[in-house]
Each structure stands twice: as structure tokens, then as C-alpha cells.
Write a protein that binds this ligand. Structure first.
Ligand SMILES: Cc1cc2nc3c(=O)[nH]c(=O)nc-3n(C[C@H](O)[C@H](O)[C@H](O)COP(=O)(O)OP(=O)(O)OC[C@H]3O[C@@H](n4cnc5c(N)ncnc54)[C@H](O)[C@@H]3O)c2cc1C
Length: 395
């Protein structure tokens, strides 16, 4: 009988195990935001519920969870604490690189097993001083020395860098390589040093603690992914990032809409027989939320279909579709929260009201600059100059 709670937890699905984490994330969301601190309670709970390895194949100790289920978890957590949800999403995006591109290397397979068994938290260092958000360019370069490599990177933004157990970092493949000839490596906490160069005191997403660091490491060369980063970015990372981020932003928007509904119900109770003035706007906003959901759900289906055929995954149409998921969901989240602000009025604007969407607004505004929408639209426009866009209604 002593083992009963553990057995029950094991029988629960990952989504069921997330429920208690959501309560903890919600309880600490405001404090995390005000104090600009890592949501430690949420991540202790996620680890206890063994939710950091959910994407890892069961044969390596994970849950083999589908992308759709993980995006849903990002959305559910995003309704409680956007910073927690974004950290969870960023971690899962890093895991997706291991799951998709690490199965031909013994080191990466072993590492995947460790992530699942030890519930390791993975961070990301793609952004670099002098490059900005151009994921597909690096200035820094891998320096190989026999079986080891060294790397120094001006990593201007590494979310939860100080809390990560390992960081996945991009760099040019060698000192003579072109800026786009990149690799990605997994570097473990005891193999790197972080020297803080930039604080994280921002409008929103404050709990992500996305400080800047000079990153210096020395590690075995086998920790570099065997496939070029160009392949990793095109075949999994961009799509995963845009869909999981979309899930987080959907969560922010959905919680804002729930607060508008709660506000209007309270207003209606105060004045029976009178429809509150914001009710029509709520109906309109729920429609926009539904559109946002459709974009994410159809994006997930497009990714699942494309995964089955390499040429589809590398096609212009697929890249355009995934770019559009990012741009449209990031804009929709901010638009929805802004509309809720109009519905809830001063109660939405206040930080101390149950109908407040102040934190939601600040968090949602990060979406458009998290890889700047203008940069993404610039890439899409280049693709559209050389290709047709999809006008069919067949999935
Ligand atoms: C909450 C949050 C967490 C993050 N976490 C991480 C992390 O863990 N690891 C990490 O590596 N990075 C992280 N980032 C950084 C992010 O991925 C981007 O690299 C970063 O937001 C881009 O910053 P930027 O505006 O300086 O750069 P850029 O994208 O270079 O944009 C700079 C300016 O140039 C303009 N611009 C640039 N390119 C174009 C173009 N082609 N067309 C038109 N205009 C253009 C834009 O309008 C923008 O004003 C995070 C960002 C946020 C907001």
C-alpha cells in the first residue's frame, strides 16, 4: 500500500500530471513577474511530475508524447504563468532536436536517457551579439583540438541560463567556415562557464530570466550533433518553436478571455436584465481566439504530414506555413489581450484586480519580437518571390 500514490501517478497521463503543476504555476505567477525571478516552484513540480522528458521516446525513458499533446501542455501552462510556459516550451524545443536529430549518435541517445531519468532542464543559446535574431548565422566558431572542442560565444539572450542543466548552442563549424555553416552542440553545466554581460529587466516574460552571458566551454567533440544545424533548423526546430510558442501565446490569450468573461458575468449579476456593454466585444474576441487555435492546430497537422516526407519538410510552402503560424499567433495574442483590456476597462488595467490583464499584455508583447516578426516576414517575402502560395483548401 505504501507504493499506492506513486502507482497512481504513474497511471496518470502527462496531461493529468500537469494539473497540479498548473495550480502551483498560477499561485506564483504574479510573484515571479514582480520579482523578476525564475519560477522555481513550477519547475520543481514539473520535475516531480516527470514532465520534462515527455517528448523523449519511451525506449529511452520518456513518454513518446505527440507534438499536439505537448503544444496543448504549453497552452495549459500559459493560462497560468506565461514565463513558466515559455521555459517549458523552450526546453521541449531543445528536446525535439535530440529526438529528431540525435538518434544516430550514441552520446546523444545516452543524453536523452539522462534528460528523462534525471529530469534535466535544457537551455538554448542561438542569439549572438552582432547577429541578433538571425538563427541561421553565427560569428563564433568551434575550435577542435583532437577529441575535444572549445567555444566562446557572446550569447546575448539565454533564458534561464543559470538554471539550465545543459545548453544547446550554435556556432560556425570551424574558424574558416561561412557564417551559415553552423553546428549545434550540447554542453553540460560542468563543461561551461557563464559570465553575465546583460541583465534581464524587461516589460514582460520576466520570469524567463533571459540574461546575456559570455559563454565559454570545453567539451568532447562527440557532443556536437552529427547533422548540420541548417538541417536541424529547417527540419524540426523552426516548426517546433513556432508551434510551441504559439501554444504559450494561445494560453496567455485564453486566460485573458476567461477574465473578460468573468468580468462581464460579474457586471451582469450587478445589473440583472441589462447586457454589459463589453458583451458584443467578447463574442468577437472569442472568434479571434478560435481562429488562433485553428492556425495552431492546422500547423501541427501540417508538421505531422510533412515529417513523413523529407522533400515536403524542406519545401518553400512548408516554411511559409510555419512562418505564418509564428507571425499570426504572435499578433493575435497581443490583439486579443488588448481587446480584453477594452472590455475589462480599469479592472483590466489595474495590477491588483482579479480581472487584471496587465501581466498578460506585457507578456504577449514579447511574442512579436521573439525572432522579430519583421525578420520573419522578410524571409517569407523572399520565399514568395520565387514560389506560388497554397490556394487549396485540402489539408
Ligand atoms: C522572452 C524571450 C526569450 C528569449 N530566449 C532566448 C534564448 O533562450 N536563447 C536565445 O538564443 N535567444 C533568446 N531570445 C532571443 C530571440 O530568440 C531573438 O534572438 C531576439 O528576440 C532578437 O532580438 P533583436 O531584436 O535584437 O534582433 P533582430 O531580430 O536582429 O532584430 C533587430 C531589429 O532589426 C529589425 N530586423 C532585423 N532583421 C530584419 C529583417 N530581415 N527585415 C526587417 N527588419 C529586420 C527588427 O525590426 C528589429 O528591430 C529570447 C527572446 C525573448 C523575447
Amino acid at each position: 500500500m505504501a507504493n499506492a500514490p506513486a502507482r497512481v501517478a504513474h497511471l496518470q497521463t502527462p496531461r493529468q500530471r500537469l494539473e497540479s503543476v498548473i495550480q502551483i504555476a498560477r499561485a506564483h505567477a504574479s510573484e515571479v513577474d514582480c520579482e523578476n525571478r525564475f519560477p522555481a516552484e513550477t519547475f520543481e513540480a514539473l520535475k516531480r511530475a516527470r514532465l520534462l522528458g515527455v517528448m523523449i521516446p519511451a525506449q529511452y525513458g520518456g513518454d513518446s508524447l505527440s507534438l499536439a499533446d505537448i503544444v496543448d501542455m504549453c497552452g495549459a501552462l500559459g493560462q497560468a504563468c506565461a514565463s513558466s510556459a515559455m521555459i517549458f516550451a523552450m526546453h521541449q524545443i531543445k528536446v525535439s532536436s535530440l529526438v529528431t536529430h540525435g538518434t544516430e549518435s550514441a552520446w546523444h541517445i545516452d543524453f536523452m536517457k539522462r534528460v528523462a531519468a534525471e529530469q534535466l532542464l535544457l537551455g538554448s543559446a542561438t542569439t549572438e551579439g552582432g547577429i541578433g535574431g538571425d538563427l541561421r548565422s553565427s560569428i563564433c566558431a568551434i575550435e577542435r583540438d583532437g577529441a575535444i572542442f572549445r567555444l566562446v560565444k557572446e550569447a546575448n539572450v539565454i533564458s534561464y541560463g543559470r538554471q539550465s542543466d545543459a545548453i544547446l548552442i550554435t556556432a560556425r563549424s570551424h574558424s574558416g567556415a561561412a557564417s551559415s555553416d553552423q553546428v549545434m552542440a550540447v554542453v553540460l553545466r560542468d563543461q561551461y562557464a557563464l559570465e553575465k554581460t546583460i541583465d534581464w529587466d524587461t516589460l514582460g516574460m520576466r520570469g524567463t530570466c533571459s540574461e546575456g552571458f559570455r559563454f565559454t566551454c570545453e567539451a568532447p567533440a562527440e557532443q556536437i550533433f552529427p547533422h548540420p544545424f541548417a538541417e536541424i533548423a529547417a527540419q524540426s526546430m523552426l516548426a517546433m518553436a513556432h508551434l510551441m510558442w504559439g501554444g504559450v501565446w494561445f494560453g496567455i490569450a485564453a486566460d485573458a478571455v476567461a477574465r473578460a468573461q468573468a468580468y462581464l458575468r460579474a457586471e451582469a449579476r450587478k445589473r440583472p436584465g441589462e447586457k454589459p456593454p463589453g458583451a458584443i466585444r467578447l463574442a468577437e474576441t472569442v472568434g479571434v481566439l478560435q481562429e488562433m487555435k485553428s492556425v495552431i492546430v492546422s500547423g501541427i497537422s501540417a508538421y505531422e504530414r510533412a515529417k513523413l516526407r523529407d522533400e515536403e519538410l524542406s519545401s518553400v510552402g512548408f516554411s511559409v506555413a510555419m512562418n505564418n503560424v509564428k507571425v499570426t499567433t504572435s499578433q493575435a495574442a497581443a490583439d486579443i489581450v488588448r481587446d480584453v483590456l477594452l472590455i475589462n476597462g480599469i479592472y483590466g488595467y489595474r495590477n491588483d484586480s482579479p480581472y487584471s490583464v496587465a501581466r498578460h499584455m506585457r507578456d504577449a508583447l514579447s511574442a512579436a519580437i521573439m525572432i522579430n516578426n519583421d525578420r520573419i516576414l522578410g524571409n517569407t517575402s523572399n520565399l514568395l518571390l520565387v514560389s506560388k502560395f497554397d490556394t487549396s483548401l485540402v489539408a
